[in-house]
Design a protein around this ligand. Structure first.
Ligand SMILES: *[C@@H]1O[C@H](CO)[C@@H](O)[C@H](O)[C@H]1NC(C)=O
Ligand SMILES: *[C@@H]1O[C@H](CO)[C@@H](O)[C@H](O)[C@H]1NC(C)=O
Ligand SMILES: *[C@@H]1O[C@H](CO)[C@@H](O)[C@H](O)[C@H]1NC(C)=O
Ligand SMILES: *[C@@H]1O[C@H](CO)[C@@H](O)[C@H](O)[C@H]1NC(C)=O
Length: 499
């Protein structure tokens, strides 16, 4: 799948991160009056700018620590919760555009009213990566100072605070949590693809961890390793760690899209593409705000392999949870829960997960490439020809389990059509083979016999069993399709036929 151009762009990115992590590259110069960490003591202001937004179009109003008048001036409402957005490492000294989209979404009528603050620490983030990492502790301290001051001067409890940190900002949130004195912890921290380099494998006190807030959730979207490094952290760091599409990479961020982008946006496309999977975490989060009725469900699973076999679609005992803003906040101990889900390539990202379990009897003797599709007919919608990958040939009477995902809510499933998708050429060949080869003395059987199909719908937790509609001829040959209906219904039909 990976093309050379895609790989080389990646190498450039990784070399950049590597060299800056080792201090070999000069990196961009700091700008402004702030030279680095040491400047803090000499200034009365925090290096981090805290900007409060009153409405969607707002440019932000600066809240100054220890100046209670700025709270009034900026319109801070202490009876509402506070969301603090914390950006990550900056390689161009600019605030990224997702920030304004997240602010606007949080301030939209779709969301219960909240105070929205941006912790703008670009001045400390626009350095070599390793310097920005060092600075992230200071920013964490300043965020903690802000929250402590709000508690003391406005009786605003830190438990009403939700920090949303992207990339390096996720660890800033963690540091803020660990610098909180007093008896109240920060209410919630959301990590949007928390940074990996210099954090992966470190002790919980050196990165975001579940101790840093009453509830911590993390969305991992770009943990694919290149030269031993990944942009996003892979290890669990939260109470609930979500791994959309396995967490390594995201649909829609591949080379082909990248190539289209280059033609359209020139060099800008390169950074956009590199960031695509990383920043997807933000867009998944925004999506959860924009589509209250289309919340993506994720399921506890040991790994992506089991998940893609459809083995993990259970919601029993808190095994599933909603990705994004409306996550069910249920901190149970310090152990992280790793949840998996699939998504679409664009918003709305939600898909509907189904486990399909099929038992086959393989009566063929010639090797064939199994290529199957399922068409699903529901009470609301139909989905045609969803490809099925079994990953292996059907060698015996085994039951196969696999995951399929649908972009639409088809309602309750009422009929399944199972098709063996082989070319017409193949079908002819098959038939020829059937005729030429004598199949032995017994009345010869040849073909695949798909027996019952068991389905579990993740989103509704409904289990159903489907039986062949026509029991007379169960064998399936290439290019043929068999229809399955709900067994209960079917048996009633048969009863009716008998009468
Ligand atoms: C705010 O006040 C506290 C205590 O009075 C002090 O320790 C802190 O340095 C002040 N911070 C700023 C940014 O003025
Ligand atoms: C603060 O928020 C509360 C709850 O939404 C609202 O009733 C009140 O009017 C707000 N106060 C101000 C000053 O906007
Ligand atoms: C059925 O079994 C035969 C013999 O083991 C194998 O060659 C063939 O590929 C199998 N068919 C399918 C559809 O997997
Ligand atoms: C598969 O099942 C059929 C019918 O139930 C049986 O005749 C056949 O021996 C079984 N084959 C294997 C490999 O278990």
């Amino acid at each position: 799948m990976e093309s050379p151009l895609y790989v080389s762009v990646f190498l450039v990115l990784c070399i950049f991160i590597l060299s800056s992590a080792h201090g070999q590259s000069p990196g961009p110069e700091p700008f402004g009056r702030f030279q680095a960490v040491e400047t803090k003591e000499t200034l009365r202001e925090t290096a981090t700018k805290f900007l409060l937004f009153e409405n969607q179009m707002d440019k932000g109003c600066r809240i100054r620590l220890n100046h209670s008048d700025t709270l009034q001036q900026c319109g801070f409402n202490s009876s509402l919760p506070l969301v603090v957005i914390i950006h990550g490492w900056s390689f161009d000294g600019l605030l990224e555009s997702w920030i304004w989209q997240l602010v606007a979404t949080l301030k939209s009528p779709l969301v219960q009213p909240v105070n929205v603050v941006l912790a703008d620490w670009v001045i400390l983030a626009y350095h070599q990566y390793s310097v920005a990492v060092r600075n992230s502790r200071l920013v964490g301290q300043e965020v903690a100072d802000l929250l402590q001051w709000l508690e003391e001067s406005a009786q605003f409890s830190p438990s009403n605070v939700h920090l949303i940190g992207y990339s390096l900002g996720a660890h800033v949130s963690g540091f803020a949590g660990s610098y909180m004195r007093g008896k109240h912890k920060i209410g919630r921290i959301t990590a949007l693809d928390a940074a990996g380099p210099l954090f992966e494998g470190t002790s919980p006190s050196d990165r975001l961890s579940p101790d840093d807030a009453n509830f911590v959730d993390a969305i991992h979207t770009f943990t694919q390793e290149h030269m031993g490094l990944s942009v996003g952290i892979k290890q669990p760091i939260a109470h609930y760690d979500f791994y959309p599409n396995g967490g390594t990479f995201q649909p829609g961020c591949h080379f082909l899209e990248f190539y289209k982008d280059i033609a359209k946006h020139g060099l800008n496309a390169i950074t956009r593409t590199i960031k695509c999977a990383h920043v997807r975490s933000v867009y998944l989060f925004i999506d959860s705000l924009l589509h209250p009725s289309m919340q993506s469900m994720a399921y506890l699973c040991s790994d992506m392999d089991s998940f893609s076999r459809g083995l993990c679609l259970s919601c029993k005992k808190g095994r599933c949870n909603t990705l994004g803003y409306h996550v069910r906040q249920e901190p149970r101990g310090k152990k992280s829960k790793q949840l998996f889900l699939m998504t679409r390539a664009q918003s709305p990202f939600k898909v509907y997960h189904y486990q399909i379990k099929m038992q086959f009897i393989n009566q063929t003797e010639k090797p064939v490439e199994p290529a199957f599709t399922l068409s699903l007919l529901g009470t609301k919608e139909d989905m045609q020809k969803v490809p099925v990958t079994l990953g292996e040939g059907i060698t015996s009477n085994k039951t196969y389990s696999f995951l399929i995902t649908l972009d639409l809510d088809i309602g309750e499933l009422i009929m399944i059509k199972f098709k063996w998708e082989n070319s017409a050429v193949w079908a002819n060949l098959w038939n020829t083979v059937q005729i030429i080869i004598p199949w032995g003395r017994e009345p010869h059987f040849s073909g695949l016999v798909p027996k019952s199909i068991r389905v579990k719908a993740g989103e509704t937790q409904q289990r159903m069993t489907f039986c062949p509609e026509n029991m007379d001829n169960l064998q399936l040959h290439p290019t043929q399709e068999k229809t399955f209906v709900r067994c209960e219904v079917n048996s009633e039909n048969r009863k009716r036929k008998i009468r």
